[in-house]
Design a protein around this ligand. Structure first.
Ligand code: BGC
Length: 599
């Protein structure tokens, strides 16, 4: 009897799995049928329109959304679409109505750089940047953060995010190290899968978004860590170390891949047919949208990039007509084949059907209430706690006794949510002032300490009677090439500024217990400051929930974070051609990848 029941159960499981599988196959087959049917009706102008992404305010009137058959709208640096989330939704609803009023009524994709939460919206929940999520090494948490980001992105009118960045940074001089999870391919793979899953969930639901794996490929491994520079590592290394996260993203069903600014062995990635068509589409089987990066059409070879396999063009900053007219000429002269254009449009329509946009083209107004909600912030606070890496803890400096009588907190970063959040926060280059709904590290400390907490912003006071000093120092916000270190003569170095070094040395010389919290988008050379302190914490760029830091410093939670990058010892480590990537065994890191203490 028992045997019979088991057989029946197994049969039912097999049947239901098969049914589910058939349902998925049927759904996809129906989508392909719809795509082909729609494609068959389209003129060349309509197809080129679908391949076009514009900014909502830039070189285009609202009516031209319909007359130029635009396929997608991007929001990034620039004026906000409206007042508050309802205003943002209203603007995108009105643009969507324009698109739907066109002959074929194909809905728009609305894309945004939501790279650590819906960070373009003042009041959203802002998570630690990916380097901090890498330090958590917690795939479940990354998935949950991505799902929350999807909800807040949808709540502000978007169905597409340009995230996750799945670069593998090999040189800390690169200004985008913090946008990526880790120097480790394996860790990046695990977190990539989680991120794509979290964002996309059941893609046809109104609270999920299409994700973008970026920037394909070699963005984080350019020589000297130059944004958009040349990646000259061997192709074997590209395949073994950089490609695996893309394979995983594709297998996870990622909807889009953004091409990178860099060249690969001196060949522009935007025009790199072997990599885009050969590797990404043909070998990995990617059937979604390949998108250019900023002004990719005019910058990287016009119709050559379409021939290489690019499907949608970020036609911004004056590129709209250049692209639409240029591609028309290219097709008319047979430089670009009709098949190539059809393949591009097929991919775009396929994703629009998968997103359910034809049935539900408008954002859900009910989601607005979820922006910055207590449960979202609680999750972001958990991410902050788990991202903190304890590098040193001597003389029982940590955890801090809540009854400590007098604590001095030093440094601008301690009381400024803009500074603690890095680039891509509210604006492209980030902010150096507070933004809505976020809490500072100082607020967190004040909320948890029972004794007196005094803020000495610039380390200028003398507090000989203090029991404990917490110095918060680090980098000011930057994004993209602005954060490149280059030869070190510019704004950003791989060491702390002289002022910040002084905050630490001044208080170290007084002999009180000294805890240093480092806010940075990458490992910095802080060997002296580590020596001078009793405890030292790498806090990365934690985002809106500064309280999470206090909860760990005061022992409500233990440290869990582990280094997602090897930690450099000296500035000289950065002088090699490829910088401190630590593949080179001649470089000895101060702390190895995966290091992190706890209580
Ligand atoms: C960046 C991309 C970003 C795009 C749109 C580019 O400059 O490289 O990561 O998604 O701008 O804002």
């Amino acid at each position: 009897m028992r045997k019979l029941i088991s057989i029946v159960i197994i049969a039912l499981i097999v049947f239901s799995c098969a049914k589910k599988q058939t349902k998925i196959i049927n759904k996809e087959a129906i989508i392909e049928f719809k795509v082909d049917s729609l494609l068959a009706l389209m003129t060349l102008e309509e197809k080129i329109g679908q391949m076009t992404q514009v900014r909502h305010f830039d070189n285009i009137t609202d009516d031209e959304i319909a007359t130029k058959f635009i396929g997608s709208v991007i929001h990034t640096n620039g004026p906000n679409p409206g007042e508050g989330a309802a205003g943002w939704q209203a603007k995108f609803v009105s643009l969507q109505k324009k698109a739907l009023s066109s002959r074929l009524g194909i809905p728009l994709l609305f894309g945004v750089d939501a790279v650590h939460g819906q960070n373009t919206f003042d009041g959203a929940t802002i998570f630690p940047h990916n380097i901090g999520m890498g330090a958590t090494a917690n795939a479940k948490l990354v998935e949950e953060a991505a799902a929350i980001t999807a909800v807040e992105a949808q709540a502000t009118g978007f169905n597409w995010v340009f995230s996750p960045c799945i670069a593998i940074p090999y040189n800390e001089k690169w200004g985008r190290v913090y946008e990526a999870f880790s120097e480790s391919t394996e860790l990046t793979q695990v977190l990539t899968k989680a991120s794509v899953r979290g964002h996309q969930g059941d893609l046809s639901k109104s609270n999920t978004v299409m994700a973008t794996a970026k920037h394909f490929i070699g963005d984080g491994s350019t020589d000297f860590g130059t944004e958009g520079g040349n990646t000259s590592i061997s192709m074997q290394e590209v395949y073994e170390r950089l490609l695996p996260p893309y394979r995983d993203a594709v297998n996870e069903g990622v909807g889009a891949v953004m091409v990178s600014f860099n060249t690969l062995s001196d060949k522009s990635m935007h025009a790199h047919k072997e990599m885009i068509t050969g590797v990404l589409k043909d070998s990995l089987g990617f059937d979604g949208i390949v998108l250019t990066d900023w002004k990719g059409y005019s910058r990287f070879g016009e119709n050559d990039i379409i021939n290489a396999g690019v499907d949608m063009v970020m036609a911004v900053d004056g590129d709209l007509d250049i692209f639409q007219q240029g591609l028309k000429k290219g097709v008319d002269s047979d430089y670009v084949s009709q098949e190539r254009v059809d393949d591009a449009v097929r991919r775009i329509l396929r994703q629009k059907y998968r997103l359910g946009l034809f049935e539900h083209p408008f954002p859900d107004a009910n989601l607005i209430a979820e922006i910055g909600s207590p449960s979202h912030r609680e999750k972001a606070k958990q991410a902050v706690r788990e991202s903190l890496v304890l590098l040193k803890n001597e003389n029982k400096a940590l955890p801090i006794d809540k009854a400590t009588k007098k604590i001095i907190v030093v440094g601008e970063h301690a009381n400024n949510t803009g500074l603690q959040s890095g680039g891509w926060t509210i604006t492209w280059q980030g902010k150096d002032e507070n933004y809505s709904g976020a809490t500072t590290i100082l607020e967190g400390i004040k909320g948890i300490a029972d004794g007196e907490v005094i803020y000495d912003e610039f380390g200028s006071d003398n507090h000989k009677d203090a029991d404990l000093i917490i110095v918060v120092v680090g980098e000011t916000p930057y994004a993209e090439f602005f954060g490149d270190v280059g030869d070190g003569s510019g704004k950003y170095q791989l060491t702390l500024t002289d002022e910040h070094q002084k905050y630490v040395s001044k208080y170290a010389s007084k002999g009180q217990k000294l805890i240093v919290v480092l806010i940075s988008g990458r490992p910095l050379v802080v060997t002296n400051q580590i020596d001078q302190s009793d405890a030292f914490i790498a806090a990365w760029l934690p985002g809106s929930e500064g309280k999470g830091i206090a909860e760990v410093l005061f022992g409500d939670y233990n440290f869990k974070g582990k280094l997602p990058h090897s930690w450099p010892n000296a500035v000289e480590d950065f002088n090699g051609k490829f910088g401190p990537n630590f593949w080179d065994t001649s470089i000895t890191p101060l702390y190895i990848f995966g290091y992190g203490l706890n209580y």
